[in-house]
Design a protein around this ligand. Sequence first.
Ligand SMILES: *[C@@H]1O[C@H](CO)[C@@H](O)[C@H](O)[C@H]1NC(C)=O
Ligand SMILES: *[C@@H]1O[C@H](CO)[C@@H](O)[C@H](O)[C@H]1NC(C)=O
Ligand SMILES: *[C@@H]1O[C@H](CO)[C@@H](O)[C@H](O)[C@H]1NC(C)=O
Ligand SMILES: *[C@@H]1O[C@H](CO)[C@@H](O)[C@H](O)[C@H]1NC(C)=O
Ligand SMILES: *[C@@H]1O[C@H](CO)[C@@H](O)[C@H](O)[C@H]1NC(C)=O
Ligand SMILES: *[C@@H]1O[C@H](CO)[C@@H](O)[C@H](O)[C@H]1NC(C)=O
Ligand SMILES: *[C@@H]1O[C@H](CO)[C@@H](O)[C@H](O)[C@H]1NC(C)=O
Ligand SMILES: *[C@@H]1O[C@H](CO)[C@@H](O)[C@H](O)[C@H]1NC(C)=O
Ligand SMILES: *[C@@H]1O[C@H](CO)[C@@H](O)[C@H](O)[C@H]1NC(C)=O
Length: 491
Amino acid sequence: MKNLATAAALALSALLTNAVAQSSIGGATCSPTLTAKSAAPSVADGYVARLVANGLTKPRGIKFDSQGALLVVESGVGITALSLVDAGQSCLSVGSKRTVISNPDLNHGIELSTNGSTLYASTSDVLYSWEYSPQSQTNTSQPRVLINQMAGTDHTTRTLVLSKHVPGMIVVARGSTSNLDLQAEDLSSGISQVKAFNLNNMTEPYTYTNDGLLLGWGLRNEVGIAEEPITGAIYGVENSVDELERSGQDIHQDNPGEELNFLGYLNGTATPGQGGQGVNYGYPSCFSAWNAADVPDFTGQTGQQFAIGDQNSTVNDTICASLQAPRLVFQAHMAPLDILFNEQGTAAWVTFHGSWDRTDPVGYKLSVIEFANGEPVQPSNSTTAAIDIVSNADNSKCPGGCFRPVGLAWDSQGRLFMSSDATGEIFVVLRADGNSTQSVGSNATGTLPDQAASSSGTGTAASGSATSSSVASVGGMSLLAVLFGVLAFLV
Ligand SMILES: *[C@@H]1O[C@H](CO)[C@@H](O)[C@H](O)[C@H]1NC(C)=O
Ligand SMILES: *[C@@H]1O[C@H](CO)[C@@H](O)[C@H](O)[C@H]1NC(C)=O
Ligand SMILES: *[C@@H]1O[C@H](CO)[C@@H](O)[C@H](O)[C@H]1NC(C)=O
Ligand SMILES: *[C@@H]1O[C@H](CO)[C@@H](O)[C@H](O)[C@H]1NC(C)=O
Ligand SMILES: *[C@@H]1O[C@H](CO)[C@@H](O)[C@H](O)[C@H]1NC(C)=O
Ligand SMILES: *[C@@H]1O[C@H](CO)[C@@H](O)[C@H](O)[C@H]1NC(C)=O
Ligand SMILES: *[C@@H]1O[C@H](CO)[C@@H](O)[C@H](O)[C@H]1NC(C)=O
Ligand SMILES: *[C@@H]1O[C@H](CO)[C@@H](O)[C@H](O)[C@H]1NC(C)=O
Ligand SMILES: *[C@@H]1O[C@H](CO)[C@@H](O)[C@H](O)[C@H]1NC(C)=O
């Protein structure tokens, strides 16, 4: 079935390719031109986005090899190398496509060593490496198991980031096994944690739960991870809980916020509490406010954490305020899946896969966050930190009629590439003035998040409360919430 669908998609794209002769984008005349499966991307002033590949099967993590081929994790298939024909600027197309690793369990994570000859990829359970030849686009060794015993249901991606600051360290994120996973309360569970592993001194495979440097726990599902290039700070973007309830009220339309978390350094300088009990980020007991006014009895503001359910002496707002708060929050349910810095450390690009747990769909876009001196320019209570660059013009058509951003990668010319799993596509994003997309900094232009969107969300909270039987509350999670949690693996 999958092959038929892929064949059909390829045939369709070939037809569309032939139907559209030429187009002029970003100053360059391109031929052939692909047509996006859904509506064409809506792009902020000063930017260009163009479709460069289609007909892929759920493309997730992407990474350029040292010869300029784009390696793509096609979830449920394996790793594919796309050799691109480059006619300059945004004029790129796929010249040839080759299967590198055939393994249907590979689902998201991908990395390459700095020397370009070791490939890393993850299943829900295992981190593998292979020796890789970019000349032949093949693995030249059997897979080696580096980390195992990571298996889990629901949130099955295991995002990988190789450190440039501390060579040999690889960061691996592991999410929860359900929407509200009480196992995460136990540090020894290894669930809802981000850890780093030293690949330079390993003698046998690490086990996720027992080994590694703990960067943080109480992190529900940190799908996007990145190392800030100047300071070496590790940042993660978190997909927070669905169907949230507090004091008997359904507050899920605009809470909790999705998060940007600072996770410390890998260089041996421990941030307070790193590696111990100290750095708990709250899940599954504490969540951060996006729309604080909607949280009953909460005196805090956007970006501060509050207790789930009914407050008591073991889980209350005082205790939640003592845990590690996010550095930024984003509108609830947008589902951030990747974060990637520019080389200068002045911008972090974030993909938002898009919501399912909200009456009016939100997300489905690529945004940029301004950074300076190793941290976001905006304060932690900001609701305008993420500036939209590429989005779907009409979110009411989502998810069915929208691209859904997942993975990000820079090529050697500073062009930004973005995968969309739902539509099987890869886009390139450039500045319209011909400057490198890398050059975005504190002068980023784009569309500020629509303040009206969150207040209209508040207005629809009444319809949301009709589903109050399915809200998440510790110890009282309904079957529906569990089902929604299972659905959430789709992010
Ligand atoms: C490339 O780097 C990896 C990771 O550091 C290392 O294991 C491998 O031996 C290196 N390969 C070559 C050919 O230098
Ligand atoms: C490449 O990896 C696959 C498994 O992922 C393995 O079956 C194959 O033998 C490897 N190729 C080489 C040359 O070792
Ligand atoms: C490897 O180094 C890390 C520190 O980076 C240390 O915690 C770990 O115990 C070492 N592992 C081995 C097998 O020596
Ligand atoms: C680790 O990195 C941080 C941030 O760049 C820096 O302040 C600290 O001095 C570094 N520690 C070591 C041991 O190099
Ligand atoms: C306190 O509230 C939390 C969250 O609702 C719940 O899990 C816990 O069981 C409660 N504890 C007591 C002692 O009632
Ligand atoms: C939370 O519980 C602690 C005791 O565990 C108590 O000291 C504090 O006053 C409580 N705060 C609230 C807001 O109930
Ligand atoms: C953010 O917090 C600061 C310090 O508490 C406050 O001065 C500012 O008004 C807050 N901004 C917003 C948008 O709430
Ligand atoms: C490109 O960026 C440089 C600064 O890095 C700036 O001087 C120049 O005006 C930019 N080019 C265009 C076409 O805007
Ligand atoms: C932003 O623009 C100002 C004025 O043109 C310039 O001085 C500054 O370096 C720019 N910042 C970045 C990060 O590009």
